[in-house]
Ligand binder design. Sequence first.
Ligand code: BGC
Length: 740
Amino acid sequence: MKRVFTSLFTVTTLLCMVACGGSQAELPDYLNPKKDIEVRIDDAMSRMTLDEKIAIIHAQSKFSSAGVPRLGIPELWTTDGPHGIRPEVLWDEWVQAGWTNDFCVAFPALTALAATWNTEMSALYGKSIGEEARYREKDVLLGPGVNIYRSPLGGRNFEYMGEDPYLASRMVVPYVQQVQKIGVATCVKHYALNNAETFRHTTEPVVDDRTLYEIYLPAFKAAVIEGGSWSIMGAYNLFRGEHACHNDLLLNKILKEEWGFDGAVISDWGGTHDTREAIKNGLDLEFGTWTDGLTMGKTNSYDLYHLADAYKKLIESGEFTTKELDDKVRRVLRLMYRTSMKADKPNGALVSDEHIAAAYTIGAEGIVLLKNEKNLLPIDLSKTKTIAVIGENAIKMMTIGGGSSSLKVKKEVNPLEGLRKRVGKDVEILYARGYVGDTTSVYKRVDSGQRLADDRSEKELIAEAVEVAKRADVVLMFGGLNKAKKQDCESTDRAELGLPYGQDQLIAALTEVTDNLIYINISGNAVAMPWIDSVPAIVQGWYLGSEAGNSLAAVLVGDVNPSGKLPFTFPVQLADTGAHSMGEFSKDGEEHYGEGLLVGYRWNDAKDIDPLFAFGHGLSYTTFEYGEATVSRKKMSRDGSVTVTVPVTNTGKRQGKEIVQLYITDCQASVMRPVKELKGFAKVDLAPGQTKKVKFEITAEHLSFFDDKQHAWVAEPGEFEALIGAASDDIRTAVSFTLK
Ligand code: BGC
């Protein structure tokens, strides 16, 4: 369909050129690529009828909205997002269309990207996925997602960038910039406060202004102001009495007025509930509305959308003028001129060698070595005859499932396959399933080709795994969660922190027969590890996409030295998180965020609770030593800055990358402030014995809190401490200075 309209556009342009005497200079303004976008929009709007204006502000199919065919303005095509380009669905149904050319590369899930703490990886990600979107002729990529990881039970945390607003802000900006460079818009989602899934349509987070501005908004703000995202997606939930997709405070006041957003607000699919609110409260483009609540829809009911016939009637009856409509149309046209109407776009590329290499590199760099006693890792292949691989997650395809981020990859290398390929014939690899988790093989008509049904009892599965483990020098267990409902999956939250499917029993049985158990956790969320003391090595392996098995094998055998660090805290138990201790989580109706600012490590710091693994934690196959931090000046003026410098040395025997983290403590504040907050990080690559001086520039912005009485960011004079460390619970050096 898209191709038809693109050629229609060309035909219209040509006809017009002929009629106008063949010269581009004489094209009408709205078609003239040499004219400024705003001039083109003015001209297009002056030619559009009321019906044509109404037609472009709501969907015409599951993933597209209409253009203006009469004027040769093409349709706008959106796609999920955020880890790869979704397979095509039917025009008006959610099931796959069954095309054969709608595959993609699955890039690592965004938690893994965040775990790289490397903005270059984020740029590479954006460039690669942008090119895939472009090749598949998509105009708007529905992603990236930057909702804050508030609880380890959050079903969609795997699609987001962790618990810290600063980390998520730094990581989202290059992603957005690179996608948009190729003429594809990002649609940053889900704005805002979509932190739980089960009741996502009816929940209403109760959050104070300070927490909103300091924790839940910064990554969106960075995506909009620094990244320049051309669109943003409203969340499903309510906030202060209105759904987020038509919310005066979030959309009109904060996004459009305070942040100066000039792009289009797109509703989440089925997130629009009220025509008048949608008109007034900042929604520009309505998608996915169901006509029967949120479960069922009449077919082709697009005229019944809130921003369709109902809106037109309100204009015709005189209840509304076209003031709001014109603003929406202008924003949607701006989105089109930046994407579908952009003249000089590259073609992009699909499943290219570069994209596969990008998925591999980002994946390998995001893997986090959580524990490595006895230097069990990397596996020394010269001393290893037999490796036992245990666990369903060693063989299960993880790029399908999980909701709207489900993909149809050309190829997915699973961990067992990746290892086999890497170790070759010299090392024997034995495999046992160990447990049976999710055996779904067809997801929305995409067939994984795997048939995982297994009717053996838990006892039999464990017995087989134990036998296999006994015969091996080293045992790798790939466990964790998966993309089934109530695991890492959209629309449901997890039921518990513990590992599902009896994996704890399996691990206990394995530790009885081997001292060399390495547990690789595949998940986008923290899990409980009651057996932690008896397992010598633990790796966080995420959902790494098409190249998962190759990335994991590279780290496990030491081709790549792990350099990822956790973008969220692993608590020992749920009660150790702010959300579950002080607040409410995943509720129908009002949901009190009682922990306020104390999300993630901020809670551990405030309550002095040791995590299982801290935010920012991650080991390497080499070691790093931090020298003493120094500050360029002891006194900082309000509009000045200080530079904090710390020498970091690779004290081990191999090259490695260290993520050096800067946290700020406000020593004397008139309001409660978290003990410390991340305000800088740098990833440095060091050869053995090499030292580099890492520098952080600190300005008043890094010292500020959001003062809800003044409605402004405030940095109070007084003493501050710059803490520099290898993790939030591993501060190596500190230096103080005063803000005048
Ligand atoms: C999800 C969005 C997604 C949309 C379209 C919704 O259910 O919340 O993230 O982009 O569907 O698939």
